[in-house]
Design a protein around this ligand. Structure first.
Ligand code: ISL
Length: 575
């Protein structure tokens, strides 16, 4: 049972296994590579890791297409390696979270192989099969007008049995049919397989897509320019969603001391989110709200230009920091994951003159908020997006490629694609998946083999772990300091009460808030300059407070103002 609440104090380090460290020189990261760096991870200050999928998979979507949840993707290692990894983590006081991908499987999964074998197969109903429709000319068309999240129709035609199956992501990622009880039971037993081997919890992939509207109705036409329409109104947070989570919880999670964090795309309003995380709902420990990753998406999609403004970060942060205590929910504090560009490059600055300060600014922001912290590998050394001069051929992720190709098709060969390339440079998933930069040697020390699976960023000689180790003023050293502060003053930060300072007072470019301990005895003042200009903060009312953290200049000017250099973050305190 969930008697302890260790998960509230978890500092989770997300590992992208393909890109962490290659121990056998085949160009791909692996479990032995991770095992060899557990001391490093601990030294950063993390006390938990989340591994993106490591299971048997044809890797059409980098492991988010699972072919067998009880086997390890062979190039990553074996079950024994996974057990050594779990044990190695536990010896160091590090909890282990696996990625639970059960909204869909790979089309190579035996369940799907059997399902597609005939209309009457045992597992036919474990996936979502429907008869075709016909258009006015009598031609076959999909059962509804939903667009796949990765482009094209959300339905894939299966010639052998003459039906379509639903595939909200790639055609090779068929959606599971959650109303089917046998399927659910099999899935729960897969979860137990790993919990019995010591896994401490799950990040639940595409969690709220599991329950769809039972009639799978056509989506309203919101994009007349497109053949297929965004269908999230009917495929996200469907009517049985909470029933499934409660069942998962009572049948599986409650039997273990484990933590759950659900990926909550599309569903963004406070009351819907509260239904997943309010304590008395007895569902999930926390969710990743999708609004953090969407801050610079356009109204019509991810790769549409929409320049970041700090007002969005201020609004989203304030919404969730204020909302969670109201219904006794809990925040997952994050900025980065493997599905987008680096927050440093998108929300702050990776320009040489600002990069170091800006990376520390984001650390100050994350480290000071209430909730469970999630950082993506490389964030602790200020890793950035791919160099600006990479051409489209260096981008390999299927989501970005599909988008680029669809626009090219629309515009015609030879068309100007600079605008799309600009968006890929900011938000492509490749950016979050670049090989980890360990040192200044060839391929950044990520692999000793001739060819990394994915291009190493050009900046690795300047930006790597080795270079920052032992330098007291490095981004890495700063993250360590932040996480130490966070642990020491957990009443103020992890469990603290957030209060935003009025923009009328701070000015548009500064994001400032206080964090107070629950007993009210201690208060910290966090001041973040999200601009490339010097800013003055009027500190009337906070005179005499002392600096708790801040790696940069912060000078006092006169008696009632603090001067911050571009992208500077600083914390003052009243104790
Ligand atoms: O489409 C979205 C909203 O704009 C996404 O946030 C969507 O919820 C997200 O892409 C789901 O991501 C997860 O599942 C995918 C996988 O490719 C991602 O890597 C994973 O994080 C399919 O399993």
């Amino acid at each position: 049972t969930q008697s302890t609440e260790w998960w509230k104090e978890a500092i989770v380090y997300q590992i992208y296994p393909a890109s962490f460290l290659d121990s056998n020189s085949d160009g791909l990261g692996d479990l032995q590579g991770i095992i060899s760096k557990l001391d490093y991870i601990k030294s950063v200050g993390a006390n938990a890791v989340w591994l993106s999928p490591i299971f048997k998979s044809p890797q059409k979507d980098m492991g988010y297409d699972v072919a067998d949840y009880r086997e390890i993707h062979q190039p990553y290692g074996s079950i024994q390696d996974a057990e050594v990894l779990i044990q190695g983590c536990h010896e160091r006081g590090i909890k282990v979270l696996f990625d639970l991908v059960v909204n869909h499987t790979s089309d190579q999964h035996p369940w799907f192989q059997e399902s597609r074998s005939s209309r009457t197969s045992r597992t036919r109903d474990w996936y979502i099969w429907r008869n075709p429709k016909t258009d006015i000319n009598g031609a076959r068309k999909p059962p509804n007008n939903w667009a796949s999240i990765f482009g094209g129709s959300a339905w894939t035609w299966d010639e052998a049995t003459g039906q379509y199956y639903l595939s909200l992501f790639l055609p090779s990622q068929p959606d599971l049919n959650w109303p089917n009880e046998d399927m659910r039971r099999a899935t729960y037993s897969d979860m137990e397989f790993w919990l019995d081997r010591g896994v401490d919890g799950f990040r639940i992939d595409s969690m709220n897509l599991m329950s769809k509207h039972p009639d799978l109705p056509d989506a309203p036409i919101t994009r007349p320019d497109l053949e297929f329409q965004p269908g999230d109104l009917y495929f996200a947070s469907g009517p049985r969603m909470h029933e499934y989570i409660k069942e998962m919880r009572t049948k599986v999670f409650d039997k273990y001391d484990c933590m759950t964090v659900g990926e909550l795309g599309f569903t963004k309003d406070e009351s819907s989110v509260s239904e997943y995380v309010a304590r008395d709902r007895q569902e999930l420990n926390m969710v990743f709200t999708g609004d953090i990753v969407d801050m610079d998406f356009g109204p019509d999609g991810k790769y549409q230009r929409n320049d970041f403004r700090v007002s969005r970060l201020r609004d989203i942060t304030t919404r969730w920091q204020s909302a969670m205590p109201k219904f006794d929910g809990w925040n997952a504090v994050y900025l980065d994951n493997h599905d987008s560009g680096r927050s440093l490059s998108r929300y702050a600055s990776d320009l040489p003159q600002h990069r170091d300060t800006a990376a520390k600014l984001l650390a100050t922001y994350m480290g000071s908020l209430s909730g469970t912290l999630f950082l993506l590998q490389g964030q602790e050394i200020g890793m950035a997006n791919a160099s600006r001069d990479w051409g489209v051929e260096s981008y390999i992720d299927v989501e970005g490629r599909n988008y680029y190709d669809s626009v090219l098709k629309q515009r015609g060969d030879g068309a100007d694609m600079q605008d799309v390339l600009r968006e890929l440079r900011l938000k492509s998933r490749d950016n979050g998946r670049l090989p980890m930069q360990w040192n200044g040697e060839e391929n950044a020390g990520f692999t000793r083999g001739p060819k990394p699976w994915m291009r190493v960023n050009d900046d690795f000689k300047e930006w790597n772990v080795e270079k920052q180790e032992g330098r007291g003023d490095s981004v890495l050293a700063y993250w360590r300091e932040v996480l130490m502060m966070r642990k020491k003053e957990k009443d103020v930060f992890t469990y603290g009460r957030y209060n935003m300072l009025d923009v009328a007072r701070t000015g548009e470019h500064i994001f400032a808030y206080t964090m107070a301990s629950v007993d009210g005895a201690k208060t910290a003042l966090v001041i973040l300059n999200f601009s490339d200009m010097e800013q003055i903060f009027d500190d009337a009312g906070y005179e005499g407070w002392t600096k708790l953290l801040g790696a940069n200049a912060t000078t006092k000017v006169g008696s009632s103002a603090v001067k911050l250099i571009p992208y500077e973050g600083v914390i003052f305190c009243n104790w």
